[in-house]
Design a protein around this ligand. Structure first.
Ligand code: HGY
Ligand code: MN
Ligand code: MN
Ligand code: MN
Length: 411
């Protein structure tokens, strides 16, 4: 069969259309997990899945699947493609959505071309990949892979005090399929790189070999509210100052690391948050990542040691809660090689690389042969409304996904 190509116009149209869902009055995009905006995005995707003639299935953690199976192949495990359609706050339109919609586009293209796959092919949109409202991130795929008990996930309390399971019911996506009902033969996730490497090296396709480990903590610092003008510096138990010291500590250690450690304090909140009151409490998050499991554990230990010392020195009390902890994963060598071969056959340049971002593939690698395909991100920007990838680059990635799927259904 000559090299098939996806319907670029249909794919780009859907990416843009889904990208209109969840905009606020200022035009900022946010479809955080199980929100009304997430529901609207889910409804749009479910419509496209149904219109494509696929069987729509939703599991009890709200993962959405579109299944293409025939009487002749239904007994075989499917090749699964997908990603997520929930977003961060003030997001771009490509993170996650590109992988889901390109996966649907690949299936539609194969059906329209009369391809008869020896295995079923399915596309997934996993619940709460971003973890912004409910931690941990990659939650839907983690439950699917058996890494988090369903009831525990459903009981998760969000940053807004909501309960994930109740929100899933409210938006009508508390499905009936048991998580993990679909055990894939292979899982391939197409995603924007969200980093600067492919663009800087002018390479079209990333064959992702591995994905770094992730450690999320929430840190609560309790000091003592006091008068900002009258309290001698030596008598202060300033939770705000301690939070700032922790932020500098994690940043400076990561910036000085030679092994690839990265660290971010993404959220910080003071109480009572008044200009002339020494903060009695500070609540902050630390996102720590490293491609090497030993280094990651060592950095977590360094942070824990620093918090103890800081508490002893300043008199504040410091409590930490682990919100997410995922080891680095190595992707399936066969899929990595298949991505490289497919790209080369289409005359596309490729390079092997590590994923700095977490992805659903990190969870699916626990239960099946998993792999990822990256396309360039302009200026390496993501988790930002400036996120952008050219149509031609998006189409190239989707065509490589198509080739990899056609290869994997025959393995
Ligand atoms: O945090 C991550 O890397 C992913 O986007 N949830
Ligand atoms: Mn993503
Ligand atoms: Mn993301
Ligand atoms: Mn991600």
């Amino acid at each position: 069969m000559h090299a098939l190509s996806i319907n670029t116009g249909r794919l780009m149209g859907r990416i843009q259309q889904l990208g209109t869902i969840g905009r606020d009055a200022e035009g900022r995009l946010a479809r955080t997990a199980c929100s009304d905006a997430d529901k609207a995005g889910r409804d749009m995707l479910a419509g496209w899945i149904t219109d494509a003639g696929l069987e729509l299935a939703v599991d009890r953690i709200g993962n959405i699947f579109g299944l293409w199976k025939t009487a002749g192949n239904a007994r075989h495990a499917p090749v699964l493609v997908g990603s997520h359609i929930d977003t961060v706050i003030d997001a771009g339109i490509f993170d996650g959505c590109y992988g889901v919609l390109a996966g649907l586009e690949v299936i539609q293209t194969l059906r329209e071309a009369g391809f008869v796959p020896p295995r079923p092919i399915a596309v997934a949109a996993f619940t709460n990949e971003e973890g912004v409202r409910y931690a941990p991130d990659m939650m839907g795929s983690l439950v699917h892979a058996g890494g988090l008990p369903l009831e525990q996930a459903l009981a998760t309390v969000g940053t807004d005090g909501s309960i994930l399971g109740a929100e899933l019911e409210r938006i009508g996506y508390a499905g009936t399929e048991e998580p993990g009902f679909l055990q894939p033969h292979a899982y391939i996730e197409l995603h924007i790189e969200q980093g600067p490497i492919l663009e800087r090296e002018e390479i079209s396709v990333g064959a992702v070999e591995n994905l770094q480990g992730i450690s999320w903590h929430r840190i609560t610092i309790d000091g003592e509210a006091n008068h900002a003008g009258t309290t001698p510096m030596s008598m202060r138990r300033d939770a705000g100052h301690a939070a700032a010291a922790i932020s500098v500590f994690v940043h400076d250690r990561a910036a000085a690391s030679t092994g690839g450690t990265v660290a971010t304090v993404g959220c910080i909140r003071f109480e009572p948050n008044a200009i002339n009151v020494i903060p009695s409490r500070a609540t902050m998050t630390v996102d720590l990542r490293d491609p090497d499991a030993t280094n990651l554990a060592a950095e977590e230990g360094k942070l824990a040691g620093y918090l103890e010392t800081l508490s002893a020195q300043t008199g504040v009390t410091i409590a930490t809660e682990q919100l997410a902890r995922f080891d680095p994963v190595i992707f399936d060598a066969g899929i990595v090689a298949c991505v490289e071969a497919a790209a080369a056959k289409r005359g596309l340049s490729t390079r092997r690389m590590t994923s700095g971002a977490g992805h659903d593939a990190q969870m699916m690698a626990r239960i099946t042969a998993a792999g990822m395909i990256f396309v360039p991100s302009r200026a390496g920007v993501s988790h930002n409304p400036g996120e952008f990838t050219e149509d031609a680059e998006l189409a190239a990635g989707a065509n490589v996904l198509l080739d990899v799927v056609m290869d994997r259904v025959n393995t």
